[in-house]
Design a protein around this ligand. Structure first.
Ligand SMILES: [Mn+2]
Length: 294
């Protein structure tokens, strides 16, 4: 019998639709051999679900995964200023999708530049080592993951959320004190031996984080090889009203290389926002997005 494979992504707030649709559009441009399933939380409006489905993908509603102690009935999930609320934890639902033999998870802030169907041949828990955020950290970046869903493992991840959610801060995988319970922190607690499993370490072309590019001496050669670009830092082009405003913030810390790519991505997103508005998308306060990192 043929294996059941699917790409999966996640959206939990309506304001995240523009970058999400930009990812989806770029994904479909690569002519993937397998379908995409979009996980949505109940906060995603009917109108926005219809827009997502209009791209020919399936959607599946999932409950939000969150640290303990938050009253769901009192929470406005589009208000991302709640410090203890971490929508990215809901990404862990991918481990529960046992209707599939294997899934490839893709973050909504990614851009697909080339087809990546070959990753379905990669082993369970393949991902790209995350060398950017902490020196010598050999753990993975959870923006793109190859996962074989497994209910027992999903339960283990839920248990970890429960265990750590009551705490103010704890030691992360490399010994730093952190106070945010995000998807990566939870995954690192379970997959502690990942750094030593070389066979799971994918090439960085499958998850090239934008802030790495400014340090790359071989740019632009490497850009031609990149398959998936990850806008994984705090400057998000869609948060700015004008290119000038955006440029001012970028020039503080991004190299010209990264700025050029960011600017190009910003224009792509703006095009998608226009398309979405034509499809009936209500433009909300995009600046609310600044605290989302998935
Ligand atoms: Mn991301």
């Amino acid at each position: 019998m043929e294996n059941k494979y699917s790409y999966v992504s996640l959206i939990t707030t309506n304001v995240y639709l523009p970058p999400f649709i930009t990812m989806l559009y770029s994904f479909l441009q690569t002519k993937p051999k397998y379908p995409m399933l979009v996980l949505v939380s109940r906060e995603i409006s009917e109108e926005n679900r219809a827009i997502i489905k209009g791209f020919g993908v399936d959607i599946l509603e999932v409950p939000l995964l969150k640290p303990a102690g938050i009253d769901i009935s009192q929470t406005n999930y589009n208000n991302l200023d709640i410090p203890t609320f971490h929508p990215c934890l809901s990404k862990l639902h991918i481990f529960n999708l046992t209707q599939f033999d294997k899934v490839i998870y893709i973050d909504g802030d990614m851009l697909l530049l080339q087809n990546i169907d070959e990753l379905f041949d990669a082993p369970d828990l393949s991902a790209v080592p995350d060398l950017g955020w902490v020196k010598n950290c050999k753990q993975f970046n959870a923006g793109l993951m190859v996962v074989k869903p497994d209910k027992a493992r999903f339960q283990q991840l839920l248990d970890i959320i429960q265990t750590y959610s009551g705490q103010q801060s704890w030691l992360d995988a490399v010994g730093n004190m952190v106070n945010n319970l995000d998807d990566q922190q939870v995954l690192y607690k379970l997959f502690t031996d990942w750094p030593t499993k070389q066979e799971l370490h994918l090439s960085s072309v499958y998850n090239m984080q934008i802030n790495y590019l400014q340090r790359s001496p071989i740019f632009p050669e490497i850009f031609k090889k990149i398959k998936v670009l990850h806008m994984s830092c705090s400057i998000r082009p869609w948060l700015y009203e004008t290119p000038d405003e955006f440029g001012k913030d970028c020039s503080k810390w991004l190299s010209f290389n990264a700025f050029a790519i960011y600017n190009w991505y910003g224009q792509l997103i703006n095009g998608c926002i226009q398309l979405l508005i034509n499809l009936g998308y209500k433009s909300e306060n995009l600046k609310k997005l600044s605290s989302i990192f998935y």
